[in-house]
Design a protein around this ligand. Structure first.
Ligand SMILES: [Zn+2]
Length: 157
């Protein structure tokens, strides 16, 4: 089932801190993961989706298979490098807005996949940025909190 995306910088669900998943085997959690995958694959420009974006304050995010070998991240723990880099970022929950923001150059993530298997991934560039963006969602943080320079996409571009 394709789920509607929560939008807006003051949206209460997007701004809440999400709860840990107690049991990945819970049928509601398994169904949610399937729905999140379906929702993400229906959005052309989407590379990642966090549970708060579809209205659930739980610690799950997914990534597009084009971006990452692991696509489901349950209860992720992130470790970020001190070295930062300036990147351009957008968000499905903030349509047509982009900003320049500082992100750690590399990030390491530990999480469970949908079968409960624990894994660790190290990433740089776009994947490292995606990890940081999605984990921020689980803590109620949006990229516009970290940028002063927001620009809008015009109809022509
Ligand atoms: Zn986002």
């Amino acid at each position: 089932m394709i789920l509607p995306i929560q939008t807006g910088k003051d949206n209460k669900i997007l701004r809440a801190k999400s709860q840990k998943v107690a049991d990945f085997r819970d049928p509601k959690i398994q169904k949610l993961i399937i729905d999140m995958k379906e929702t993400l694959s229906s959005i052309k420009e989407g590379v990642g989706l966090a549970a708060p974006q579809i209205g659930k304050n739980i610690r799950i995010f997914i990534l597009s298979p084009e971006l990452s070998e692991q696509t489901v991240f349950i209860n992720p723990i992130i470790r970020k490098s001190f070295r930062k880099t300036l990147v351009t970022e957008g968000c499905l929950s903030l349509p047509k807005i982009y900003g320049k923001i500082k992100r750690s150059k590399t990030a390491k993530i530990t999480a469970l996949n949908e079968t409960g298997k624990k894994f660790q991934l190290k990433a740089d560039s776009l994947l490292a940025q995606a990890f940081q963006h999605e984990v921020d969602h689980l803590d109620g943080i949006l990229f516009i909190d970290k940028t002063r320079e927001v620009f809008k996409l015009t109809a022509k571009s």
